[in-house]
Design a protein around this ligand. Sequence first.
Ligand SMILES: C[S@@+](CC[C@H](N)C(=O)[O-])C[C@H]1O[C@@H](n2cnc3c(N)ncnc32)[C@H](O)[C@@H]1O
Length: 207
Amino acid sequence: MKNKPSLQNAYDLKSPDDNIKLYSAWAGTYDNDFIQDMQYKLHFSVAEEFVLNGGNGLILDVGAGTGALAEALLKKGNFSIEAVDISEEMLKVADSKNIYKRCFLSDLTKEIPAKNDFYDGVVSSGTFTHGHVGPSAMEELVRVTKPGGLITISVNEKHWVALGFESELKKLTHSIKNYALKKISIYGEQSSHDHKDDKAIILSIKV
Ligand SMILES: C[S@@+](CC[C@H](N)C(=O)[O-])C[C@H]1O[C@@H](n2cnc3c(N)ncnc32)[C@H](O)[C@@H]1O
């Protein structure tokens, strides 16, 4: 069944509507059967990199899901964070944790309902990956971030190459100051599933 929650089914999604269906079925168990059982740790790496590069202020967590990245950030400091996601059910779980200032629904393949230069920072973990969101969404992330602000997002390494993130990034050079890349593991060293060795690029953009 295609909507059965699993990492492979998530990677095989084809459209935003597919994402809504799968994550609506996954929201209730995602924290246990994905984050915990598969030793997912990408949210910790993104939080660490964001803080290391001086991220602060009002932050937008894009593709926030059940709120793992905000939880990781709040362990490191006193941030004010908003969540955006395409899945109402994932956001309901995130909202129930009382970690976000505001949660709102939006499709990242379209315009984000926020003013230009609104956020001090934008973060994301696990959302720029196979079957989810591609490089064209980066322009919107830059648009809603203040000059001097910081964007830190993870991009699945194979997705980065297949969809040409770096050449999309080069098109944004007129609107950003600089960017840096770091390759890291998505899962913990003790994990034993088929994707245990998958890597992600952490992209940090100074706007
Ligand atoms: C693998 S989960 C990651 C959730 C969370 N950031 C984490 O690290 O656990 C991917 C999230 O991206 C969301 N998503 C997928 N496509 C999207 C889109 N087009 N617009 C907004 N969110 C999307 C899904 O609903 C899901 O919550």
